[in-house]
Design a protein around this ligand. Sequence first.
Ligand code: FMN
Length: 183
Amino acid sequence: MAHILVVYATTEGQTRKIADRAVSRIRAAGHAVTLVDARAAAATELGTFDAAILAASLHVRRHQPEIVEFIRKQRARLEDVPTAFISVSLSASSSKEEDHANARAAVDDMFDEVDWDATLVHLAAGAVHDRQMNFLKRWMIHRILRDKGVEMDPSGDMEFTDWAALDVFVDTFLERCRRSAVA
Ligand SMILES: Cc1cc2nc3c(=O)[nH]c(=O)nc-3n(C[C@H](O)[C@H](O)[C@H](O)COP(=O)(O)O)c2cc1C
């Protein structure tokens, strides 16, 4: 049994949901997990961990500053273990190759900024929940959706996350950890 650290940053909540799903998958595989909100990470005793999954979402082409801060502070420890980075965005839900390339470029830009690289990267499609956003954010995200040829559902809720793909990614990461003899 390995101890896996899962750290997430979320603005509207979808990345927390994705982190929760990863936690369930890891526990079901028989491992111990610590789930940490990046905003509280500085005040949290992380303990030792054998591998780490970090998750954050894109807002105006950037991941949350708290995940950047977390990586900066913990870089030395993260470099010692297998790591996965899950980037949540609407670009990842697009059928256009260019959108995926942009989402990946945002990940690479962040890696350059912190001088760190994850062992594995997953681009996860996010969600839109109108009631969690103010007018300006709603306007912005509806425009992003329209650019991708998607009209907002009248319910005000649209979830694009491919949960099966996320499960496969987590399983692949755990297998990678096992081959590195930690899981
Ligand atoms: C103000 C705003 C800006 C966003 N900017 C981007 C963006 O630049 N690229 C993108 O692919 N998705 C963008 N998104 C979509 C979010 O990444 C997506 O809604 C994600 O599910 C949010 O995750 P969270 O709920 O964990 O914060 C944006 C969303 C909002 C509300």
